[in-house]
Design a protein around this ligand. Structure first.
Ligand SMILES: C[S@@+](CC[C@H](N)C(=O)[O-])C[C@H]1O[C@@H](n2cnc3c(N)ncnc32)[C@H](O)[C@@H]1O
Length: 171
């Protein structure tokens, strides 16, 4: 039986491949792969992220610092400490210093690709990156709401961290 891949969400850019499960690059060692993939015994019973909480929007407000790009917005009220979306992409362990989309998964350098940093947009972040093991045991990065939850229509913003911005201002 073949499982069909769901279509990309609205406003997904044509030039970016849409993945629903991580892809593992050849730079990942066998040890790292077995740690990342785990086993069903390691799994915790967390539900998968629903596709409906975040909506990708083109940012048309000229005063927004990421004007002309995309952002992720709350499609409905998001309760506190809720998994909003999984950061799915290519997991790799070689350096990719020019990528603006890499995050570190348990120190294995390695998407919710459209989540902007809060600076210049909101006074503080309303979401954060955090990893968890799925029921199948795989280690996955996700974006979770913080303690105050997120109102419908608000942009979902995290902190990339000072080091992320410093690295870019120096380059
Ligand atoms: C992970 S992407 C976020 C999604 C991006 N807006 C897009 O449409 O692909 C990171 C890039 O978004 C932009 N960005 C995110 N937060 C920003 C902010 N607070 N101020 C200015 N640009 C921001 C920067 O261009 C950064 O390199």
């Amino acid at each position: 039986m073949s499982r069909s891949c769901p279509p990309p969400p609205k406003n997904w850019p044509n030039h970016v491949q849409y993945l629903t499960v991580p892809r593992f690059h050849t730079s990942i060692s066998t040890n790292a792969l077995s740690f990342l993939k785990g086993s069903s015994i390691d799994g915790v019973s967390l539900p998968p992220a629903p596709r409906s909480l975040g909506a990708i929007r083109l940012i048309i407000d000229p005063s927004h610092p990421a004007h002309g790009q995309r952002g992720l917005f709350a499609a409905k009220k998001i309760p506190a400490r809720t998994l909003i979306i999984e950061y799915i992409g290519e997991v790799h362990s070689e350096m990719r210093p020019t990528s603006n989309y890499d995050i570190s998964l348990h120190r294995f350098p390695m998407k919710a690709r459209f989540v902007n940093d809060y600076r210049g947009i909101q006074p503080k972040p309303n979401a954060e990156f955090a990893d968890r093991r799925t029921t199948g045991g795989d280690l996955r990065m996700g974006i979770w709401s913080l303690a105050e939850g997120i109102r419908k229509g608000d942009e979902i913003v995290v902190s990339y961290g000072k080091a992320w911005w410093m690295a870019r201002s120096l380059s």
